[in-house]
Design a protein. Structure first.
Length: 94
């Protein structure tokens, strides 16, 4: 299992989540839809190391997290140009 910090351009919420290291990037995007409100088909994932330095963009949906170089404690930042920042936060606060 790999623990990741998940951040997003869609919401201000941060979340720590655990994922199996054999999860594909595409499956990760699908799971992050519920968490971030982003859309898996338009989502861009950026990977940052424990020191918050940018590593790479996770582009290959078929690659497993471990094959993509994702490690425990890294941060995955979700960008989705099809969504507005805070678009779903009002619904969560009600």
């Amino acid at each position: 299992m790999i623990e990741l910090l998940v951040t997003s351009t869609v919401s201000s919420f941060e979340s720590r989540r655990r994922f199996d290291e054999n999860t594909s990037v595409g499956a990760l995007k699908e799971r992050l839809e519920l968490l971030t409100g982003g859309n898996a088909s338009t989502m861009k994932l950026e990977l940052f190391n424990k020191d918050n330095h940018f590593i790479t963009e996770l582009k290959d949906n078929d690659l497993s997290l471990s094959s993509a170089g994702v490690q425990d404690g890294f941060r995955v930042h979700v960008e989705d140009s099809g969504r507005l920042f805070g678009e779903f936060e009002g619904e969560l606060k009600e």
